[in-house]
Write a protein that binds this ligand. Structure first.
Ligand code: RUQ
Ligand code: CUA
Length: 672
């Protein structure tokens, strides 16, 4: 709802609720009385009614914002409309998903295969940080990237059809966390390691942690024309094994730089059954960890000049080169920091110290001056120049317990989640003072403000993403959903508007984009499109040209789907045949999706209007297998079915045959 009409609706509601306490004859308007009765019956306060009016979205009305949230270990992305809080989609990314037919046809199997590691198919992921593509530091609504912490993978989702187009992985690293973060023109998508390991997937005993284990940041080159990451033009910076955590790219004033935090200057690596402290205390001994300041433009140049070495196919800029050439600097950051967030003007970098009550605000201008004057405060054991903490900061803000992540609005305020306090603090960037806090339910992790990572945030809305949801929703057993809480940033104080349970993985980060920046397609054009490769599929099928052909490599079935039949609807093959289904949905009407399910063969496709899919499989089980459409596409949807007949290689003698077996009917098309 546009703001003026929202205000009008609010004014009306307040007038109505005010009316009810007014005894004048005009005030007995049934509306006011009815509203009061409703409020009483449902035990709603005036604030509740305001919250309802700010989020209620009548049927047919669209949302102002899309929120793209990580689906955690579901390996998916959840799309939520704001302010209605309606869930719009789960985008299948790293995990096969039957409704979208993702991971069932050759096209999407190939996408998932891009993420194979150590020779294994991976069917889950731990997604953390979605990143919308940007132009000049502003979301452009074209692409979404998301990293897989568990398996060090990165995915590209095209927002033209909300479909995952590519998964890449580099065997140079074993895990990530700060992924994905984009540079202001999406030249690069950043993936930074979490758990150090020997580079390149090789073995080295953990006792060589300091010498042989390494972290690093991969800068995946994004080819906007192709809409794909280009591993050939990507590179990695080698880092000491300090357990890097989150990341953010510089913008405007700090364009060309990127910032990473870390949590383990102690170089602890566990071993609590071997006489060493457990990781949690081992990594929390020192007062300071290191903010990594990276000049990525210089790194890019050094890589182009041949200063990188290749490990597991990735160009890696060695640590000593970065340290010597002015690519990498460390600035102390207080106790086990977590979020690192660059302000919209690019001038400051805000770091939340999990075990510290402060947010530290670093000044990029001060950092840059120290670097330019070579004013270093010694070096770390790996030879990386250190900058003095007091010379690099603009100040600290006393936030509260467990500060994590920071977002920004359009009025000069920052918002930081306070995990231990279960609250979000609003504070002034100008004088580094907290102005207000809003409680969260409970254990808040990330927060996401409208356009909150761009050079021009919108303010308006903030989503609090809470790890715990106890007592918020009807109980569903010991595993509870997570809780997304929508906050109105336009009021003073901020107002909690809505609780949305998210029964999907553990959502970590999310980004919120103005809905009118997206222009998703409703149908695939031309008819017979391959959504992954783009354009007409090689085996697209035209209406009237359906056929079954036996070739050297197996049986090719060229099939079409249109309300309400598949052609052909009977497929006869022999046990052991390799089957190549080529199915085109001929529909060109919005939402005219057909499914294609094949009994017992673990196949379900979603064929969107105009889409073509290929499926290759072996008909290894003989029998009669119904196939049918899994979308209720028309009144005759139940009739949209057929048979896949697999004739046994040898007659099954002990199969009870009540009737004499009829002679096999001839195939509908020559099937030599
Ligand atoms: S982080 S635990 Cu985004 Cu707070 Cu992953
Ligand atoms: Cu097509 Cu149901």
């Amino acid at each position: 709802m546009p703001l003026p009409s929202l205000r009008r609706a609010l004014a009306l509601a307040l007038m109505l609720s005010a009316c009810s306490s007014d005894t004048s004859p005009q005030a007995t308007a049934t509306g006011g009385a009815a509203l009061q009765d409703l409020m009483k019956a449902r035990n709603l306060s005036e604030d509740d009614v305001k919250a309802a009016l700010k989020t209620f979205t009548p049927t047919g009305r669209l949302d102002e914002y899309y929120l793209f949230g990580s689906g955690g270990h579901s390996g998916q992305v959840v799309v939520v409309g704001v302010p209605s809080m309606r869930i719009l989609k789960y985008i299948a990314v790293f995990t096969p998903e039957p409704w979208q037919g993702y991971g069932f046809d050759d096209q999407t199997k190939a996408v998932l295969a891009g993420g194979r590691r150590h020779g294994k198919d991976l069917t889950w992921a731990d997604t953390h940080h979605p990143a919308l593509s940007e132009m000049a530091g502003d979301y452009d609504g074209k692409f979404l990237f998301i990293g897989d912490k568990a398996n060090a993978r990165m995915a590209v989702i095209d927002l033209a059809d909300f479909t995952t187009k590519q998964i890449v992985t580099s065997h140079v690293i074993e895990s990530d966390h700060g992924a994905a973060f984009v540079t202001p023109n999406t030249d690069y998508v950043i993936e930074v390691t979490q758990y150090p390991a020997p580079l390149g997937g090789v073995y080295a005993d953990i006792s060589t942690f300091k010498e042989k284990y390494r972290g690093g940041a991969i800068f995946w080159r994004f080819d906007r024309e192709k809409g794909r990451l280009d591993p050939e033009r990507s590179f990695m910076l080698e880092f000491p094994p300090y357990v890097q955590d989150l990341a953010d790219a510089g913008k405007l004033a700090s364009d060309g730089y990127a910032f990473f935090n870390s949590i383990n200057t102690e170089l602890a690596y566990g071993g609590n059954a071997e006489g060493r402290p457990p990781m949690e205390s081992g990594m929390s001994q020192n007062d300071m960890d290191y903010l990594h300041v990276v000049n990525w433009r210089l790194a890019e140049k050094l890589v182009a000049d041949g200063k990188a070495k290749t490990i597991a196919g990735m160009k890696v800029l060695p640590l000593e080169v970065s340290a010597a050439e002015g690519v990498l600097f460390f600035v102390p950051e207080p106790k086990s920091p977590h979020g690192v967030d660059v302000t919209p003007d690019g001038q400051d970098i805000v770091v939340g110290g999990k075990l510290d009550t402060h947010g530290t605000v670093y000044s990029f201008a001060k950092i840059k001056a120290l670097i330019d004057q070579k004013k270093f405060d010694g070096k770390d054991p790996y030879g990386v120049p250190l900058l003095a903490f007091k010379d690099a900061i603009r100040g600290q803000v006393d936030l509260g317990l467990g500060p994590l992540h920071t977002q920004f609005d359009d009025q000069g305020f920052a918002y930081t989640s306070l995990f231990l306090e279960s609250a979000c603090a609003k504070w002034s960037l100008k004088d580094l003072k907290v102005v207000e806090k809003i409680p969260s339910s409970y254990n808040i992790g990330h927060i996401s403000a409208a356009e909150g990572d761009t050079v021009s945030p919108d303010g308006r809305y903030l989503m609090m993403m809470n790890k715990w949801a106890l007592d918020r929703f009807a109980p569903v057993g010991p595993l509870l959903p997570q809780n997304f809480q929508l906050v109105d940033l336009t009021t003073n104080p901020m107002q909690l508007l809505y609780d949305l349970p998210i029964p999907l993985g553990e959502p970590h980060y999310a980004q919120m984009i103005k809905a009118d920046k997206l222009k998703p397609e409703a149908i695939y054009k031309p008819v017979g499109s391959d959504p992954i490769q783009g354009g007409l599929a090689k085996n697209a099928v035209e209406g009237g040209k359906e056929r079954i052909e036996r070739r050297d490599d197996g049986v090719h079935v060229f099939m079409t789907a249109i309300r309400s039949h598949f052609t052909p609807d009977i497929i006869r093959v022999k046990q052991g045949d390799t089957i190549h289904l080529h199915i085109t949905n001929l529909e060109q009407a919005d939402d005219a999706t057909h499914g294609f399910a094949l009994d017992s063969y673990n196949i379900n496709l979603s064929l969107e209007p105009g889409e073509h899919s290929d499926v290759t499989f072996k008909a290894d089980s003989a029998g009669v297998f119904p196939m049918y459409c899994t979308e209720f596409c028309s009144a005759l949807h139940l009739e949209m079915a057929g048979y896949f007949l697999v004739e046994p290689q040898v007659a099954a003698l002990d199969t009870p045959t009540p009737e004499p077996t009829p002679a096999p009917a001839p195939a509908p098309t020559p099937n030599p």
